[in-house]
Design a protein around this ligand. Structure first.
Ligand code: DCM
Ligand code: DCM
Ligand code: DCM
Ligand code: ZN
Ligand code: ZN
Length: 307
């Protein structure tokens, strides 16, 4: 997602209603978030969610660029979608292992404060990105190589249309032009609206420790436990990351949209209007609301032991 999508996910997770009380976050998670994020991010998971994109272009954080996605080598054009951690998580450096790594680090009180902050900033961002269908797809670098048209602008690409083009138009048209308002509207759908009946099922997978080997998620072929190695480029010993069950469940849900709405358009079609836009918007609403709700639940289990 672009900045607007990421901020929306953060605001949904933190869900600050007019009285200023954090509601989706449990007390200890809320306190941790507030005390860890400094004034740079207005102490909020909304603005903090964009940090990972800001730094990935800097030399010091170049290593993190591949952590924003997983290149699922499936075949959505022929109706076959799947994501497999062993097959698709290149060298063990992808969004699946990144979430596992920073989940371990965010609660590792032996780490320096800046590292714990960094872990929170990455989690805030990656739990958003894993909900973007094209962040769980290999074709043309997640659609970056597929030219597309959005609101008459024909020099964009499919990935950017999903990250930014459709989200921007939707927020401007229907949610008061701000990610805060969009998040409030999604939260209302979760609490009393169209998402009310399904929201509990979104967090049925919420264990930040359950290893992947314990279940066979949709699209998962692998049974053998994979000890992914992140930071393999470090000359010193790399840390072994145990793959987690839930990130793969989330990835498989996103990836499934690559076989329904994402590639269902004709060359030259404007994706930010008409039938494509009408089909995509409910997916964007769902994925942003769901990942925000999941981000809160993840932090709640980590800091409050909520289940
Ligand atoms: N690092 C990370 N994830 C890890 C290990 C390290 O993001 N699993 C980062 C944190 C530090 C840098 O790498 O910025 C160097 O850490 P270390 O000196 O612990 O290898
Ligand atoms: N991206 C992706 N899959 C890839 C490559 C890139 O999902 N195989 C994402 C990361 C960014 C966007 O596409 O959100 C643009 O990538 P970049 O900034 O690397 O061009
Ligand atoms: N780093 C890395 N690999 C990771 C995570 C982080 O190389 N998986 C980065 C963080 C630092 C850089 O390495 O910006 C340099 O690390 P060090 O401080 O160990 O030299
Ligand atoms: Zn993207
Ligand atoms: Zn990203």
């Amino acid at each position: 997602w672009g900045n607007l999508g990421h901020e929306t996910v953060g605001f949904v997770a933190e869900q600050v209603p007019p009285d200023g009380h954090l509601q989706f976050l449990a007390p200890k998670a809320a306190t941790f978030v507030h005390s860890t994020l400094n004034a740079t991010w207005n102490f909020s998971l909304g603005p903090a969610a964009i940090w990972a994109d800001q730094v990935k272009g800097e030399a010091a954080f170049k290593w993190s660029a591949d952590l924003h996605f997983v290149d699922a080598e499936d075949s959505p054009m022929t109706g076959s979608c799947s994501v497999n951690e062993k097959r698709d998580c290149g060298d063990g450096e992808c969004i699946l292992t990144a979430i596992a790594n920073y989940t371990t680090r965010v609660v590792n009180t032996k780490l320096p404060k800046e590292q714990i902050l960094e872990a929170l900033l990455f989690i805030d961002h990656f739990i958003g990105d894993i909900g973007q269908p094209l962040h769980v797809e290999a074709i043309e670098e997640g659609g970056n190589g597929i030219s597309a048209k959005c609101s008459g602008e024909s020099s964009t690409n499919l990935h950017a249309v999903w990250d930014t083009g459709m989200v921007t138009k939707h927020i401007d048209q229907s949610h008061g032009g701000t990610p805060q308002q969009y998040a409030n509207d999604l939260v209302a759908e979760i609490k009393t609206g169209s998402f009310k009946s399904e929201a509990a099922s979104w967090i049925s997978c919420s264990s930040p420790t359950e290893p992947l080997s314990k279940r066979s998620p949709p699209g998962e072929i692998l049974e053998r436990e994979l000890k992914a190695l992140v930071n393999a480029h470090h000359s010193r010993a790399a840390e072994a990351i145990t793959p987690l069950a839930c990130p793969l469940v989330w990835a498989a849900e996103s990836n499934a949209f690559d076989c329904s709405v994402v590639f269902d358009f004709t060359t030259g079609e404007d994706l930010c209007s008409g039938t494509y836009f009408a089909k995509a918007i409910p997916v964007i609403d769902l994925q942003l609301a769901k990942q925000g709700f999941r981000l809160a639940a993840w932090l709640n289990v980590l800091f409050d032991g909520a289940t």
